[in-house]
Design a protein around this ligand. Sequence first.
Ligand code: NAD
Ligand code: MG
Ligand code: MG
Ligand code: MG
Ligand code: MG
Ligand code: MG
Length: 339
Amino acid sequence: MSKVLYEQDVNTEVLREKRIAIIGYGSQGHAHAQNLRESRFDVIVGLRPGKSQVKAEEDGFTVLSVADAVKQAEVVMILLPDEMQTTVYTESIEPNLQPGNAIAFAHGFNIHFSQIVPPSNVDVFLVAPKGPGHLVRRTYEEGAGVPALYGIYQDVSGKAKEIALAYAQGIGAARAGILETSFQEETETDLFGEQAVLCGGVTSLIKAGFETLTEAGYQPEVAYFECLHEMKLIVDLLYEGGLENMRYSISDTAQWGDFVSGPRVVNEETKARMKEILQDVQTGAFAKGWILENQANRPQFNAINAKENQHPIEQVGKELRALMPFVSEPLQKKQNKQK
Ligand code: NAD
Ligand code: MG
Ligand code: MG
Ligand code: MG
Ligand code: MG
Ligand code: MG
């Protein structure tokens, strides 16, 4: 088994003497910046003027332009949207890097697919939390953390690994476990996971179930509870104790149905499709399509997004969640903060 590292395995000294610039203050950026600050590291934020900048200032950070933040820091964590990173990197980051600085990423996409080619005199590392940014923050506040992968692409200082581990500790990941990876492995597994299982797989499964029930004449409200709402309750059991723990909690009838019907839904053909998806990720075909889609100003992304938001499950979901305010509490809190 790979060695998972925890707080006692990490020496944070090497990062204490450096200033960290967090570039971007979105889902990951706000979490990294706040967690690192509370872990007593020296953090500044680099942004363009706008909503994020106001929010970072309200949260008490020194906010500079991206170029100035890079000039003033030794470690530069790039937490911009993946599709914006190349432009901002070329214009404002690379020209302001000093030899011996480190640049860092939370996802390997731009390095692995050669959209960013860093100079040979800086460290390049990855600290990729395996969870959404808002949970990186929330779990840290609760005294826990989200596990993370770390990887080294370029080690000029001879200390890139120590710096990466200290960084992972600073955002709280060492409380949950940090595991070594490469940019290639992180990029390919992350893209595959979100497409086939976590995001694409789950949303398609939920929609297909909801449509099957409503097309058969069952009430949309019932179909919503069955296929979407209850997903979270089941996933919590999986998260806490794996498949066995989930199956322990459900009825034996449900468990028998799981055994006989699950493999009819996700079968050899589904797995063959998953292998194609993985291949598209590995060959760069997916990356190329996404890069071109952005260069074309996202015609397909926007069209599909608008259509998805109109799906009947979204309509009934809105109505039902309004009647269960406790369900949307984390969302409300987030929206209030954003205001
Ligand atoms: P995001 O869209 O939530 O936030 C991006 C931030 O960048 C915002 O603050 C925005 O204002 C700022 N920004 C955008 N364009 C800019 C520009 N031109 N100049 C300056 N600032 C600009 O992004 P995110 O989801 O946090 O993703 C950041 C990185 O983290 C990505 O590499 C992503 O793959 C990775 N990641 C994200 C998650 C997640 O939970 N969302 C999980 C793991 C890894
Ligand atoms: Mg997003
Ligand atoms: Mg991921
Ligand atoms: Mg991802
Ligand atoms: Mg049982
Ligand atoms: Mg049931």
